[in-house]
Design a protein around this ligand. Structure first.
Ligand SMILES: [Zn+2]
Length: 307
């Protein structure tokens, strides 16, 4: 170290006065520049800290701007979706529960299973103006069984459970656009405070715009697996729908979207040829006729769902 310093001073001494002042000037600017860099870094840090502080002590939170398009209901949790194989058709089957004013849904705590009737009108108008063909789920099941086609841009509109707002709010809109729909009825609930009456079911059937599927008698989960109870639930609903509408019932819709291999084989032995789950997707195949897929629709334009 002493040697290096000695060398340095030797060089310094050998320099002319002019060179020495140049070196001093260089060192002066170099140190000044370094100091400036340090200061700037520190300044940035303190502004960032000040910003964080400002957010924390802000007396009123920044209002969230209203979103022009409400976000759709979150898609159902991912489940084992079968790999498409066999004869397949790309037909969206969309599903609804309540169709009622958003405020009413809020008051009744039903927002997660409700679509505002104004939004429903927009959605149906969209299907109508974009050339969609609203088909019955029977048309879809028949086409999959028979390996035949469905009209271009086919879509199936479905309503689960049988709520009375389907008659009051959805039915007039479907009539307005002349769209066919499907009602998945839990027949034991008909006539209850929030549900359709059998007279309303009859009127809907009489319009020719509705196809009916079995959704059990008491909205019973087939995942529970009690064979005798399942038979009672499924057969009672089928008999009641046939009796009140005159329509043959051989398509099923799983309450809560739950099913088991045992339930599927019971349904098949009982004469059912197709069944709807809540597994998401628009591709329908004859390899999963007993767990066909549906798309849950919420309070957003249908274009938000890719239609
Ligand atoms: Zn249901």
């Amino acid at each position: 170290m002493d040697e290096i310093l000695g060398e340095f001073f030797a060089i310094l001494n050998s320099m002319g006065k002019h060179k020495k002042s140049l070196l001093a000037l260089f060192l002066f600017f170099f140190l000044g520049f370094a100091a400036l860099l340090f200061y700037k870094k520190d300044l940035q840090k303190s502004t960032a800290e000040k910003k964080v502080l400002a957010i924390n002590v802000s007396p009123s939170p920044t209002p969230i701007p209203p979103t022009p398009t409400p976000t759709p209901t979150p898609t159902p949790e991912p489940t084992a979706t079968p790999v498409p194989k066999g004869y397949c058709l790309n037909v969206p089957v969309i599903f609804y529960h309540h169709i009622q004013p958003q405020q009413m849904a809020k008051d009744k705590g039903q927002t997660s299973i409700s679509v505002d009737n104004g939004m429903f009108d927009l959605q149906m108008g969209y299907l109508s103006s974009h050339g969609y063909a609203a088909i019955t789920v029977k048309q879809l099941v028949d086409a999959l069984i028979g390996h035949s086609g469905v009209p271009a841009k086919s879509i199936a509109i479905t309503f689960d459970d049988g709520y009375k707002d389907n008659f009051e709010n959805a039915f007039p809109v479907l009539q307005k656009y002349h769209l066919t729909a499907n009602l998945m009825l839990a027949t034991g609930l008909m006539g209850g405070p929030d549900y359709l009456s059998w007279d309303q079911v009859k009127q809907m059937a009489g319009s020719g715009l509705f196809y009916f599927t079995d959704h059990t008698w008491s909205h019973y989960s087939l995942g529970k697996g009690d064979p005798a109870k399942i038979k009672f639930e499924v057969d009672t609903a089928r008999d009641q729908i046939q009796q009140h509408t005159g329509q043959t019932v051989n398509i099923f819709t799983y309450p809560y979207g739950t099913f088991t291999p045992q339930a599927i084989s019971f349904l098949q032995q009982d004469g059912f040829v197709g069944a709807f789950s809540t597994l998401p997707g628009t591709l329908q195949c004859d390899s999963f006729l007993m767990t066909l897929h549906r798309t849950r629709i919420g309070n957003a334009q249908l274009s938000a769902y890719g239609f």
